[in-house]
Design a protein around this ligand. Structure first.
Ligand code: DX5
Ligand code: ZN
Length: 234
């Protein structure tokens, strides 16, 4: 059973802006986290890439584990890796609050999602742009978070894929109100409103924060834009 504290954590804070750490300055990681805390971003999104599931390599559990004591912020790990069952324990032990695996990497994720919930972690399932919602439908009841990729996973800075809006709308009608609906890829001032009105309530943002000099303004304006377009945030 999913820990209700975790699934309710963001209810009063929607829309959530979660900076994608793939786009941060790794030479100043501690400072970047301080700036994001000051910007009142409630969560950090950690993009884990293995050079196999996606054609890019980023960082792994060791880095997340070392950063964990530096902040109280919610740690949201997005595992773009093959065979997530081999590594999932490392990310649980690293102190992630939420762990999202890809349906394309784990086509029968029930056991893994249940294991995450039993470990006190919010279980998440991600779906790539080319994958049909039919693939994840049987597993939605085991998810605390569902992540719609609105770019091909692997790189920050890509353009938003417009057909994601329809997918978000359909998915919103399939999930319970307790399930977080996250969108990831190409989210910025031009695209966030559309995804909010389609039903997303958790927005992963890389370039549109880290390409700005003032993270606080970026986070605040993105949240305002999302809020202005969605009737469902209170
Ligand atoms: C892509 C990652 C995203 C990405 C977002 O595979 O999952 O989190 O870094 O970056 P932007 O917002 O620049 O698309
Ligand atoms: Zn991501």
């Amino acid at each position: 059973m999913i820990n209700p504290d975790l699934s309710n954590k963001f209810k009063s804070q929607f829309p959530v802006i979660s900076p994608s750490m793939l786009k941060c300055d790794f030479g100043n990681l501690h400072r970047e986290i301080e700036l994001l805390e000051m910007a009142e971003a409630p969560a950090l999104h950690w993009d884990v890439m293995d050079g196999n599931f996606v054609p890019n390599l980023s960082y792994g559990a060791l880095l997340i584990e070392r950063i964990r004591p530096l902040t109280q912020m919610f740690f949201d790990a997005h595992l773009m890796i093959s065979n997530p069952e081999k590594y999932i324990e490392d990310y649980i032990n690293a102190g992630c609050d939420s762990i999202t695996i890809h349906i394309e990497a784990a086509p029968n994720p029930k056991d893994l999602l249940e294991h995450l919930a039993q470990s006190g972690v919010l279980p998440g399932l991600a779906i790539s742009p080319e994958t049909s919602l039919n693939m994840i439908e049987p597993y939605l009841e085991y998810c605390g978070l569902v992540l719609v990729m609105s770019v091909e996973p692997g790189f920050g800075g890509q353009s938003f894929i417009k057909s994601s809006l329809q997918k978000i709308k359909q998915l919103k009608a399939m999930i319970s109100d307790d399930t977080i609906l996250s969108v990831d890829g190409g989210i910025g001032m031009e695209t966030i409103a559309g995804t909010a009105s389609a039903g997303a309530n958790y927005f992963v943002v890389g370039s549109a924060i880290f390409n700005q000099t003032d993270y606080s303004t970026a986070v605040r304006e993105l949240a305002q834009k999302a809020r202005s377009e969605s009737a469902s945030f209170t």
